[in-house]
Design a protein around this ligand. Structure first.
Ligand SMILES: Cc1cc2nc3c(=O)[nH]c(=O)nc-3n(C[C@H](O)[C@H](O)[C@H](O)COP(=O)(O)OP(=O)(O)OC[C@H]3O[C@@H](n4cnc5c(N)ncnc54)[C@H](O)[C@@H]3O)c2cc1C
Length: 318
């Protein structure tokens, strides 16, 4: 379907906040990615349901993103529709030590709100630059914790756009993994449970965590955070991915505009004009080198999106 016709049809079914031919680099923390045919900012559930039904009926690739802080978009862009969760779908409500927040909520802001209400437990996510939806999908976290530890239930849309509530025990949370990576559900909201504490203590812990992250991570250059997951079996023998890559002498290795950070070897930073093909090549070189030295294949935390909208951990495309 031609772009103009696609945009008009979407407007006809009531989809308002849409952009045509939108550069995905603008929605990527790595600042990489060609244009998507259409990007829609999600603002309410009924129009999201209509959008999904429309994409299905016309067999148009459809993906959901938050802040794009754990995705590599292709240089060719995406021939389909991107539904973006952000500010327009980011309300939050607290009651006692419970929080109900929308998927578009900026994670560091959620941690800050929790702290100000005297709700402890989310300090570990205070420096993670993404949305709550992306965090739950990835089961992200830090300091050996994951958001799944805090989640009570998740409200989502299933494949047929039915609203479903999924309790924590059914979310299949494990290290950087969740049910949402295996099912085509769209996360809408989550109920999170913390424990009561003095806001001053919580804020102090957050400041300590942020200060430590500033010393450890290259936060001034575009990146996707940790590229590789910390696999328990590999860790036992060789340690964490950053150490393995550093010991392989790969700090500073560069392909095009992408470079293995000299500060933390599990980060690949965009030093200017980086492209997805550079990222794929550099990640492939790191994996090959590490495999030759250790016998292990590092697996990617970062996900890759194909121009046809298939999303999976990046190493699956190498
Ligand atoms: C500097 C830096 C530091 C980082 N530090 C950490 C860290 O300490 N710990 C950590 O765990 N991660 C870290 N990350 C990675 C990243 O920030 C997290 O994984 C984050 O939670 C992703 O959120 P997002 O909104 O950007 O998701 P996106 O990158 O937009 O999406 C990630 C995946 O989630 C899916 N998704 C997003 N929203 C939804 C939704 N509403 N419903 C269904 N699926 C959805 C997408 O399709 C995609 O597959 C870091 C990244 C950067 C750039």
């Amino acid at each position: 379907m031609k772009l103009e016709i696609l945009a008009n049809r979407l407007r006809e079914i009531g989809i308002k906040d849409l952009k045509k031919d939108e550069p995905l680099a603008l929605h990527s923390s790595w600042k990489i990615g060609g244009p998507a045919d259409v990007l829609v900012n999600v603002s309410d559930i009924p129009s999201l349901q209509k959008l999904i039904v429309f994409a299905k009926e016309w067999d148009i690739p459809f993906i959901v993103i938050g802040r794009g802080s754990n995705i590599l978009f292709p240089d060719e862009g995406l021939r389909g529709i991107v539904a973006k969760f952000g500010k327009a779908f980011a309300s939050v409500r607290t009651s006692g030590t419970s929080i109900v927040a929308d998927a578009g909520m900026w994670t560091p802001r959620l941690a800050k709100i929790a702290a100000s209400k005297g709700i402890s437990g989310l300090e570990h996510v205070s420096g993670i630059p993404g949305t709550l939806g992306g965090l739950i999908y990835m089961n992200g976290g830090s300091l050996r914790r994951s958001i799944g530890d805090n989640v009570k239930s998740v409200l989502a849309l299933d494949e047929d756009t039915n609203l479903i509530e999924i309790s924590r025990d059914k979310c299949e949370f494990s290290y950087r993994s969740s049910l949402f990576q295996r099912k085509n559900y769209v996360i809408l909201k989550a109920c999170i449970e913390g424990i009561g504490d003095d806001p001053k203590n919580i804020k102090r812990r957050i400041l300590d965590i942020l200060a430590e992250r500033k010393c450890k991570f290259p936060l001034k250059l575009p990146s996707c955070g940790s590229v590789f997951t910390n696999n328990a079996e590999i860790y036992e023998v060789c340690g964490p991915p950053g150490k393995i890559i550093e010991e392989a002498g790969l700090k500073g290795l560069r392909v095009g505009g992408l470079m293995v950070s000299t500060m933390h070897a599990n980060f690949i930073v965009n030093v200017g004009g980086g492209r997805s093909k550079d990222a794929l090549e550099l990640i492939s070189m790191i994996r090959e080198t590490v495999h030759k030295r250790t016998g292990f294949w590092l697996e990617c935390e970062v996900r890759y999106v194909t121009p046809k909208g298939k999303i999976a951990p990046l190493h699956e495309f190498l």
